[in-house]
Design a protein around this ligand. Sequence first.
Ligand code: S3P
Length: 175
Amino acid sequence: MAEALILTGFMGSGKTAVGKLLAEKLNRDFFDADPLVEERMGMPIPEIFEIHGEPEFRKAEETVVTGLLGEAAKSSRGAVISLGGGAVTIAAIYEKLVREPLVVLLDEDVDRAWQHARGGSRPLAADPEHFRSLYAERESIYRSVAKYIVDTRDLDAGGVADRIVELIHERTGTL
Ligand code: S3P
């Protein structure tokens, strides 16, 4: 069974778009964590934050991501999982990611990430200063779980997907 390919990175780094393309390219199952958290809670993420608060969102995210990692391990086609940007901050998920061999960090510059994320519905992308401080806080956490790092600055989603396949292939001879 193929190891799950797991995408992490800050909000606005393109995890969902790249994950979809990668799954198509590699003929793997695609799992996007955020919509599954919304499904579980029965409401969109902004409402989860507003009504239940961030800690409840993280609890649901922990359950969903733990389930996904288990499901992905059983998938015969192999899986691509796009995590929400804050999943790495959940201790139990962090511990699992440290042990996963194919965790890829989409390394996006904070200004570009803000340009992508601003004006949308993400509760943690409402204020540029807060967004920047979260980015600074998390930078080293992403790096400590990542086995592959792709600089997304000069690439579109297709280019990032190609680069990921290339990097993993170079190192492991698989994919
Ligand atoms: C969050 C990132 C979001 C979503 C939620 C919280 C974060 O996912 O899970 O709004 O804490 O960084 P994306 O990274 O897909 O935007």
